[in-house]
Design a protein around this ligand. Structure first.
Ligand code: AMP
Ligand code: GLY
Length: 423
C-alpha cells in the first residue's frame, strides 16, 4: 500500500511515524516532509499547497491514500480535487474546512447546532466594530475571520487595544484578506483543552484529551506561539467531560455540517475552554493539532491506517479505536527569537542518541550534507512516555538535555497544570 502524507511539520512527522508502525507495512511518501521523516518516507520536492502537483504525483505513482496534515491545502480544496478524480483522501472538503477557515462561519454553525461557545458578534464594517467594542465589557477578544497562522486572535484588556486590533485587521490589513471581517467575542476565563475526533460525517470517535501550551514562556507568559508543548491524556478531560463534549459539541456539529450539505470527513479538532467544569468551544480546526498530534498518536494502540480507511470509506461505526494506558509529554524546542524573527541553518546535535522512552519529532529541519540543521521557528518536538504524566515529563526533559543547537529555546514547565513546574 502506498500512502502520501502532505505537510512538513512535527504533526506530519508523527503521522508518518505512526503509519510506519502499521503491520500492513505501507510504502510512505511525504510532500515536502522534513529531515526527520527521511528514514521512514520518501520526501518529495512538492509544496503542501501545490494541489495540481500533488494530484499529478498521486496519479503517476498510483498512491492508494493521501493524508493531509495542514489546513492550507484543505482550505484550498485539495479534498474536492482528489475526490473528483476518484483518489482516496483523508481530510474535509473546502466547504467543510470552513469550520476552521472562517471563524464567522464556524460561529454560525455553532449557533444553529446550539453548541456552547462564547457570545460573539461579527462585523464587516470597521465603524460598527469600533462602536461595539466601546460598549463591550473587558477583556474582549478580537478575531480575524480567516486563516492567520494562529496570529489572528487578540485579547484586549483595554479599549485602546481593542480599537487598535480592529483597525490593524480591517484598515491596515495586517492579516491580509483574513482580517477583512472580524469577530468580537466575550472573554472566557478557564482552562483550555483539546479534544480531536475522527469522523466520517456520521460517526464520531473522540481521541484522548490533550493540553497545548500556547505562550512562549514558562508560567504561560510572553507571546502566543503555534504551541510550545503538550501532554496527553490531560486529567482535565475526565471521562464525564469527554462524554459531554462528544454529545454536546462533536456529534451536533457533525450532524449540522451534514444537514448543510457539507459533511465533515477527517479529523475535527475542538479547542475548548473549560469554565468551572463546563466546556465551551473556542475554535474548531479541520485537521490534527500541532503539537497535540505528537502526544496523541503515540498513545493510539489501533492501526492508524485501519482507522483512516474506515473514515474514508464511511464505515467508522464498524471500527474499534483503542488506546494505550500510558502518558505522553511533548516539549517543543524552538529557534531563538521565535515567535519573532529567528535564524535558520543551525546545526542540531544529539539526534542520533535515541532512547525507547522518548521520540524526537522533527518540525523545522533540513539536511545539509552530513548535518541536520534548523529550518523553522519550531524545530523539534520531543515526546517522552511514562506510566504517569510526571514520568513522561521526566523522560521528555531527559531527552531534551541531550539535544542542542545555537539559540535553542524551550519551556521548562510543560504539563505544569497536571504535575506542577519542573525545576
Ligand atoms: P483560537 O484560534 O480561536 O483558538 O484562539 C487562540 C487562543 O486565544 C486560544 O487558544 C485561547 O488561548 C485564546 N482565546 C480565544 N478565544 C478566547 C475567548 N473567547 N476567551 C479567552 N481566550 C480566548
Ligand atoms: N495546537 C493548536 C493548533 O494546532 O492549532
Amino acid at each position: 500500500m502506498k500512502i502520501l502524507v502532505v505537510g512538513s511539520g512535527g504533526r506530519e512527522h508523527a503521522i508518518v511515524w505512526k503509519l510506519a508502525q502499521s503491520p500492513r507495512k505501507p510504502q510512505l511518501f511525504c510532500a515536502p516532509g522534513n529531515a526527520g521523516m527521511e528514514s521512514l518516507a520518501a520526501c518529495l520536492p512538492i509544496k503542501a499547497d501545490d494541489i495540481a502537483a500533488l494530484k499529478e504525483f498521486v496519479i503517476k505513482e498510483q498512491i492508494d491514500l493521501t493524508v493531509v496534515g495542514p489546513e492550507a491545502p484543505l482550505a484550498l480544496g485539495i479534498a474536492d480535487e482528489f475526490r473528483k478524480a476518484k483518489l482516496k483522501i483523508f481530510g474535509p472538503t473546502k466547504n467543510a474546512a470552513r469550520l476552521e477557515a472562517s471563524k464567522i462561519f464556524s460561529k454560525d454553525v455553532m449557533a444553529t447546532a446550539k453548541i456552547p461557545t462564547a457570545r460573539s458578534q461579527s462585523f464587516e464594517k470597521m465603524d460598527a466594530a469600533l462602536a461595539y467594542v466601546d460598549q463591550h465589557e473587558l477583556p474582549v477578544v478580537i478575531k480575524a475571520d480567516g486563516l492567520a497562522q494562529g496570529k489572528g486572535v487578540i485579547i484586549a484588556t483595554t479599549r485602546e487595544q481593542a480599537r487598535e486590533a480592529i483597525i490593524d485587521s480591517m484598515e491596515k490589513s495586517v492579516f491580509g484578506h483574513a482580517g477583512e471581517r472580524v469577530l468580537v467575542e466575550q472573554f472566557l476565563d478557564g482552562e483550555e483543552l483539546t479534544i480531536m475526533a475522527f469522523t466520517d460525517g456520521k460517526t464520531v470517535v473522540p481521541m484522548l484529551p490533550a493540553q497545548d501550551h500556547k505562550r512562549v514562556g514558562d508560567g504561560d507568559t510572553g507571546l502566543n506561539t503555534g504551541g510550545m508543548g503538550a501532554y496527553c491524556p490531560a486529567p482535565l478531560g475526565t471521562s464525564a467531560l469527554r462524554v459531554q463534549v462528544t454529545r454536546e459539541v462533536l456529534q451536533p456539529i457533525v450532524v449540522a455540517m451534514s444537514r448543510m450539505g457539507c459533511p465533515f470527513q477527517g479529523v475535527l479538532y475542538a479547542g475548548l475552554m473549560v469554565v468551572k467544569g463546563t466546556p465551551y468551544v473556542l475554535e474548531f480546526n479541520a485537521r490534527m493539532g500541532d503539537p497535540e498530534t505528537q502526544v496523541v498518536l503515540p498513545l493510539l494502540k489501533s492501526d492508524l491506517i485501519d482507522v483512516i480507511e474506515a473514515v474514508v470509506e464511511h464505515r467508522l461505526d464498524q471500527c474499534t479505536v483503542e488506546w494505550h494506558d500510558d502518558y505522553a509529554v511533548c516539549v517543543v524546542m524552538t529557534s531563538g527569537g521565535y515567535p519573532g524573527a529567528y535564524e535558520n541553518g543551525k546545526v542540531i546535535r544529539g539526534l542520533s542518541e535515541g532512547t525507547p522512552s522518548a521520540t524526537v519529532f522533527h518540525a523545522g529541519t533540513v539536511r545539509n550534507g552530513h548535518d541536520i540543521v534548523t529550518a523553522g521557528g519550531r524545530v523539534l518536538g520531543v515526546t517522552g512516555y511514562g506510566k504517569s504524566i510526571a514520568e513522561a515529563q521526566q523522560e521528555a526533559y531527559r531527552r531534551v538535555k541531550t539535544l542542542s543547537f545555537e539559540g535553542c529555546h524551550f519551556r521548562t514547565d510543560i504539563a505544569h497544570r497536571a504535575v506542577g513546574p519542573r525545576a
